[in-house]
Design a protein around this ligand. Structure first.
Ligand SMILES: *Cc1c(COP(=O)(O)O)cnc(C)c1O
Length: 397
């Protein structure tokens, strides 16, 4: 695909694959992804450019299909963690700027030139190294400078930004294309976020050798846009989780950007059996049955990405009804209590671990709490064994 043909629908990606032969799979609703993107854009001023963050295989949704759909849906640019992810995007389509958010190692630099990628620079050393490389190739390389305003990860600490600006100004073969910072607590601490915004604005104010209008200026991740000020210095956002329909912070903060989850995690009942009161369950015998029980053995375990902390804690949906997980999650199988199901469980029944089923729902956020982790990590932890099925219009169930 190239950018000129973005209106043509990538039909081959609309998989009709049946799930009948699968025992553990993820369903990804690409139409909902597109609606989410439009909703987020609608909540932002028109001039704001949309950078889709699709690192880590598009948060586990699948780089190829997700990126193709986002290209079709009209994102302005992409951001990923490293050059290899960036190369993957470049091979899906040309014409979209791709920003590499992570540090680029010296032996990765050739990809930047070969694939027209935009690295992030945080140190004078990086500026000098990239400039020397560009000079040797007789090319000009676009870069984004990152300012650390309180995250303590990449970026130059805001008070030392002058040294990086000086190096940048002196770099004959680098072109400053953008400048950004990253919020450390946008989901929980608006005050700290506002302070980060003001430190960032202070650093940018020192750029006097080029027109700020020519630069991409960005800070907002998903949670950031909850405190986004429309008439501010920013002209781009970097959205990851929110475009996948997940809002692990008060949704009231989000204003107009209404999104729906695009990800469902499913498996099947292997067998159903009866166990008597007093039987103990799974490795370590961490659960003892207090009644005669109907038990279903589900064909998914931590080898598929069902986190171990869901042991004796999580629930799954069968026929739309919640069934508690009993005992420890094992590598390939999970034991659930189906005694209270109104309609008895049978081998082959669909089990929903994340998402909606027949009027019931297990939101990713709740699943993440059971797992004592964050939604980002849950999505990244669904393993390769789990087939991703792409749909354009997901029905409940
Ligand atoms: C991952 C990442 C984002 C996107 O964050 P979300 O919370 O998923 O929207 C934005 N910027 C940087 C630098 C990131 O690493």
């Amino acid at each position: 695909m190239d950018r000129q043909t973005e209106n043509r629908r990538p039909n081959r990606l609309v998989s009709e694959t049946s799930t009948a032969n699968l025992r553990c799979w993820a369903e990804i609703d690409l139409a909902a992804l597109e609606r989410n993107l439009k909703s987020i854009r609608g909540a932002l001023p028109d001039r704001i450019r949309y950078m889709a963050v699709v690192k880590a295989d598009a948060y586990g949704h699948g780089m190829q299909q997700t990126v193709a759909r986002l290209m079709h849906a009209g994102v302005d640019m992409f951001a990923v963690a490293n050059v290899l992810e960036a190369v993957n995007i470049r091979e899906i389509g040309t014409g979209w700027p791709i920003i590499v958010l992570g540090a680029t190692l010296a032996n990765e630099e050739s990809y930047l030139f070969e694939y027209d990628l935009i690295p992030t620079v945080s140190t004078v050393e990086e500026v000098e190294r990239l400039n020397a490389n560009a000079k040797q190739r007789e090319k000009t390389l676009k870069v984004h400078i990152k300012i650390d305003t309180g995250m303590g990860r990449l970026g130059i600490w805001h008070e030392y930004a002058d040294s990086l600006f000086d190096a940048m100004r002196a770099a004959s073969h680098l072109e400053l294309d953008g400048i950004y910072t990253h919020f450390a607590a946008a989901d929980r601490d608006p005050e700290f976020t506002r302070m980060q915004r003001s430190l960032f604005a202070g650093a940018i104010a020192k750029i006097d050798w080029i027109e700020l209008d020519d630069l991409l200026i960005h800070a907002d991740n998903s949670a950031g846009i909850t405190t986004f000020a429309p008439n501010s210095i920013y002209n781009a956002v970097r959205i990851g989780l929110l475009q996948f329909g997940i809002t692990p912070y008060p949704s009231s903060m989000l204003g107009k950007a209404e999104t729906t989850p695009i990800f469902r995690f499913k498996s099947r009942v292997g067998i159903v059996k009866t166990l008597p009161e007093g039987a103990t369950i799974s490795y370590g015998r961490t659960r003892r049955l207090e009644r005669d029980s109907q038990i279903a053995i589900v064909c998914a375990g931590y080898g598929d990405g069902v986190p171990l902390p869901l042991s004796n804690r999580g629930e799954v949906l069968i026929h739309g009804q919640r069934c508690p997980i009993l005992g420890k999650i094992t590598m390939d199988q999970t034991i659930v209590d189906v005694t209270d199901l109104r309609k008895p469980a049978q081998s082959g029944d669909v089990v929903t671990l994340i998402g909606e089923q027949d009027g019931g729902e297990i939101p990713l956020e709740e699943f993440s709490e059971w797992a004592r982790t964050i939604s980002w990590e849950v999505l990244c932890s669904v393993t390769k064994r789990v087939t991703r099925i792409y749909r354009t219009d997901m029905k409940t169930g």
